[in-house]
Design a protein around this ligand. Structure first.
Ligand code: DX5
Ligand code: ZN
Length: 222
C-alpha cells in the first residue's frame, strides 16, 4: 500500500509561539505542514503571507510544506511563496481567470502543483487539467475557517476523483482538508486518500504527542 501522510494545518496553532508549535508537531510525528493563506476576499478570513513562510523555513526542517492559497488574485502570490520554499502550492480554480496559466506558473517556479475542489464545486474541471496536477485537495468544509463540521458528501467526491486519477499514469496525491476527526480517518484512507490535513483536532488537544500517536495508529491500522 502507498504511504499515507498526516499534514498539520497550522491555522489552529498558537501564533504567538508558531515556531515552537511547528517543531512540536513535527517531533510528535506529523509528516507535512499545511499553511493556509487567506485574504479576506476570496474567503472571509485573514491569515499569513510569504514573510511568515520565510520565517518558518528558517526553522530548517525537512518535512514538505503544503501551501494552500485561498486568495484572489493568486498568480503573483504563487511567485512569492515559491521563492520562500513552498513544496506544494495548491490553489482554487475560482481564484484565477486562466487556470492553465496559473497551474503552469506553479510548476515553472519549481513547486508541486495542487488544485483544490470546494465542497459544492464539480469535479468536471479535472477532465481538462488533471495531467498538470501533483495533488488534488478535496475540501471537506467550505474554505475559510478551522474547526468546522466535516461535510459527508466528500466521500462521494473522493470516489469520483479517484476514478479520474486511475485513468492516467502519473502519481497524483489525494488530500482531504477540513473537519477531520478520528472517526473519518479509516473511511477516507480506504477510499484511497493519501494525505489527511488536520488542524483543530491536533492543536486543540493539549498533548500533541498523544493525539498525533492516536491519529497515526488509526492511519496505520487499516
Ligand atoms: C479551511 C482550511 C483547513 C483548516 C483545517 O479553510 O483550509 O486547512 O485549517 O482545520 P480543521 O482540521 O480544524 O478543519
Ligand atoms: Zn487548508
Amino acid at each position: 500500500m502507498n504511504k499515507k501522510f498526516l499534514s498539520a494545518s497550522i491555522l489552529s496553532a498558537n501564533f504567538s509561539i508558531l515556531g515552537k508549535e511547528i517543531k512540536n508537531v513535527l517531533k510528535s510525528g506529523v509528516d507535512m505542514i499545511h499553511f493556509d493563506v487567506m485574504d479576506n476576499h476570496y474567503v472571509p478570513n485573514l491569515t499569513f503571507g510569504p514573510m511568515v513562510l520565510d520565517s518558518i523555513k528558517k526553522l530548517n526542517f525537512s518535512a514538505p510544506i503544503d501551501v494552500h492559497i485561498m486568495a484572489k488574485p493568486v498568480d503573483d502570490l504563487i511567485l512569492k511563496f515559491a521563492k520562500c520554499g513552498a513544496t506544494f502550492i495548491t490553489i482554487h480554480p475560482e481564484s484565477t481567470k486562466h487556470l492553465n496559466r496559473t497551474l503552469d506558473i506553479i510548476k515553472e517556479n519549481g513547486c508541486k502543483v495542487g488544485l483544490a475542489i470546494n465542497p459544492a464545486s464539480s469535479t468536471k474541471i479535472l477532465d481538462y487539467v488533471i495531467e498538470k496536477l501533483d495533488l488534488i485537495l478535496i475540501m471537506s468544509v467550505d474554505p475559510g475557517f478551522s474547526n468546522q463540521k466535516f461535510i459527508l458528501n466528500t466521500f462521494k467526491k473522493i470516489h469520483k476523483v479517484k476514478k479520474k486519477i486511475n485513468l492516467i499514469k502519473k502519481k497524483i496525491y489525494i488530500s482531504v482538508d477540513g473537519g477531520i476527526k478520528i472517526c473519518h480517518i479509516q473511511p477516507l484512507l480506504k477510499l484511497g486518500v493519501d494525505i489527511l490535513v488536520i488542524g483543530s483536532y491536533i492543536f486543540n488537544n493539549n498533548n500533541y504527542k498523544y493525539i498525533i500517536k492516536k491519529i497515526k495508529n488509526k492511519m496505520n491500522f487499516l
